[in-house]
Design a protein around this ligand. Sequence first.
Ligand code: ADP
Ligand code: MG
Length: 239
Amino acid sequence: MSEIILEGVGVTKRFRGLTATDHVDFAVPKGSIYGLIGPNGAGKSTLFNLVTGYHPLSEGRIVFKGRDLAGMPIYRRNQFGMARAFQISKPFPALTVRENVGVGAMFGRPDRGAQAGRETDRAMEIAGITHLAARRADALTVGELRKLEIARAVATGPDLLLADEPCAGLNPFETDEMAQCLRNVRDAGATVWLVEHDMKAVTALCDRILVIDAGKRLAEGTPSEVVNDPAVISAYLGV
Ligand code: ADP
Ligand code: MG
């Protein structure tokens, strides 16, 4: 039995008449890459927004490192060890990669402030952008920007990194690099929660996968358990 770092019980979000997530349960093992997949409109981003604190829950609870997150604002979740990598990175364009990652290290967990320089180098190493350290952010390709975004999040010293479709729009080479980047994050000791809609990418990368459809949990398990699940095959793969 592995330790659970993040647990959701009956996680429900209603937007007026629409139930975007409907009593979803999940348990994310510490040190894993945890995938969340489902068709468009399934409720993936909503679930993500509930975990990060962007929306309050309508019902249910989310527990991170043994603590119920109800009412905890986004910045407190960050300080408590949760970081989010955005799909559209908005770095300071005229600053170098190293300076941009350094901002993440400075605004990360207060208990790690004294080690900001070391955290910056470590985060660039993990994201595979050490060779770009002196480059201005406005000279980066889309794939490099995505990795910079991961590095900025990693520099805050998270126990849990959340990434919403980090491979969207990347070419196959950049996608492989992003997959390696996320494996590095896990191997460095953090847990990764990953939203993707491409089943193939998720099964190759994730230790466990949660499949949702129309707000409801459809299946949960290892990649082979999930792809062989009849409910997943009929509802998600459409065969
Ligand atoms: P996914 O990320 O899986 O594509 P979303 O979580 O974005 O799905 O959306 C799930 C459902 O919730 C959709 O029907 C969407 O229109 C609805 N929804 C998401 N966010 C909001 C919101 N802020 N207000 C109203 N409806 C929303
Ligand atoms: Mg989404």
